[in-house]
Structures are given as C-alpha cells and as structure tokens.
Write a protein that binds this ligand. Structure first.
Ligand code: HEM
Length: 241
C-alpha cells in the first residue's frame, strides 16, 4: 500500500498552522498493536520451539555413539551459507520474541498502575506465573551453552569438531550437568505455557478445544524436556561414556 498518496492535511484550528498527517502503513500499525505483538511473540516462539525440538532429536544421536553424532554435526556445518542464514534467522526470532514479550508485559502493567488489592491466580497456572523467571533463565542458559559447547570458552577439555567427546566431558562436571537439567525444567515450564498461549494468540481459543490444546502442550513439552535431560543423566550414569 502506498501511504504517500493518503497524506491528509487537517483543517487548521484558529490561530494554528495546518497539521500534515500521514496514515501509518499496515506493517507499522500491526507492529504497534497489542494483537500484532502477540502474533509476533507466537510466531517467533514457534520458530524457537521448532529449533529446540529438532536440536533435541539430533542430540539423541549421542545414544548411537560418537561416529553418528559427529557425522551429523559435521553435516550441519558443511554448508556455511545455509548455517549462517539459519543462525541469523534464529537470532532475529529470539530478539523479537524477547522485545515483544517485554513490551506486552510493560503495556499490561501500565494498564493497571495500581495493583490488585488481593491477587489470587485462579485462572493461571504455575507455568504462566513463572514466565518472567523461566524466560531469563533460558536466556542465560543459551549464552552459557554457546560458550560451553559451541565455542568451548568455558569447557574444561574442548576439541573442535569432536561434539560427542565435548558433550561427554562437559557433563562429567556434575554441577554443569545439574545446571543443564534445571535449565531444561525452566525451558519445559516456558514451553508448556508458550505452546498453549500460541494457540490463543492465533484465535484458537474455544472451551471445547482448550483441554485438547493443554494435552498437546503437555505432550510436546514432556517429549522435548525428557529428550534433552536424558543426555546429561546418561553421562552421569555412565550410559554414555
Ligand atoms: C542437554 C541439552 C542440550 C545438549 C546436550 C546440547 C548440545 C549442543 C551441542 C553439542 C552443540 C554444538 C554443536 C556443534 O558445534 O556442532 C549445541 C549448539 C547449540 N545449542 Fe544446544 N544442546 C542442548 C540444549 C539446548 C537448548 C535447550 C537450546 C535452546 C534453548 C540449545 C540451543 C543451541 C544453539 C542455539 C546452538 C548453536 C548452534 C549453532 O552452532 O549454530 N541447546 N548444542
């Protein structure tokens, strides 16, 4: 849509200059609206969810031995252009997700400057009430995780290209394994509420289907969390060594 053609001049109020007003493009109106921000949070959350689910499935190759996991990791890195396109898309999605979520929380707080006299979370779940904690824990986890298993900066014995060895040696440090497990639980809480809310944001909100959507959110979350946690647990129990 060409917004220039729609520029209008408001009739001057006595004693003032005429005001030139350009209507906002639909993209800007969408971005500024609460519904638009919710849809952006849902769409970027879905991108993050898809990445996390695929990443978890790829990590399970660790149970098939070093050759399988390392060959898979090498394959993912074999096309530099594609790898960086996916990395940049993921980074943009994560940044948009955080910025929009903060703006929505800020708007919500501003709309109720005086808090509830007595607040009881009747319709909320533990997962929804902990979104503001689980989000930053995941953010911190991602930074640590990249320094741990991608760059090796905080890894005790990092060998570039030997992903299997890096995972096993990394989780032999038990506080690190415990931190991963705690972060995965936070991810589970965030994902459970996120998947449920994603349906609400796109309008799939009907008493008849809400129970089904909750069940779906529970199943996908459990699958992802158990899949991830199985790796540090398997290293600690010497199942993977
Ligand atoms: C037990 C859980 C996890 C394990 C064992 C694991 C394992 C790994 C490994 C080995 C790498 C480096 C791959 C390579 O250099 O080829 C990696 C990279 C990465 N992981 Fe994880 N991961 C886990 C959980 C997560 C979670 C929950 C997230 C997101 C919330 C995540 C996001 C990433 C990202 C963004 C990268 C960088 C990918 C790239 O190089 O572009 N990981 N992970």
């Amino acid at each position: 849509m060409n917004s220039q053609n729609k520029t209008s001049i408001l009739p001057p109020i006595e004693g003032t200059l005429p005001v030139r007003r350009t209507p906002l493009s639909w993209e800007v109106s969408f971005y500024r609206s609460t519904v638009g921000k919710k849809i952006i949070v849902a769409a970027t959350g879905f991108i993050g969810f898809a990445y996390v689910a695929l990443h978890m499935l790829g990590n399970l190759l660790a149970f098939e031995g070093p050759a399988r996991l390392n060959t898979y990791a090498a394959f993912l890195k074999s096309n530099g252009g594609l790898l960086w396109t996916a990395r940049i898309a993921l980074m943009v999605a994560v940044v948009l997700h955080i910025v929009m979520a903060y703006q929505l929380a800020w708007r919500c707080q501003k709309s109720r400057p005086i808090g509830y006299y007595r607040w009881r979370g009747i319709a909320s779940t533990f997962a929804s009430r902990t979104m503001r904690w689980s989000g930053p824990i995941i953010g911190f986890f991602i930074i640590y995780h990249l320094l741990h298993l991608t760059t090796g900066t905080v890894h005790p014995d990092f060998h570039p290209g030997d992903v299997y060895r890096n995972v096993v040696m990394g989780f032999h440090v038990w506080p690190v394994a415990v931190f991963y497990i705690v972060a995965m639980l936070a991810l589970g809480l965030h994902m459970y509420h996120g998947v449920y809310s994603m349906f609400q944001s796109v309008g799939a909100n009907h008493p008849q289907y809400n129970g089904l959507i909750r069940k779906l959110a529970t199943c996908v979350t459990l699958a992802v969390v158990i899949g991830f946690i199985s790796i540090p647990v398997a290293v600690l129990l010497n199942i993977i060594s």
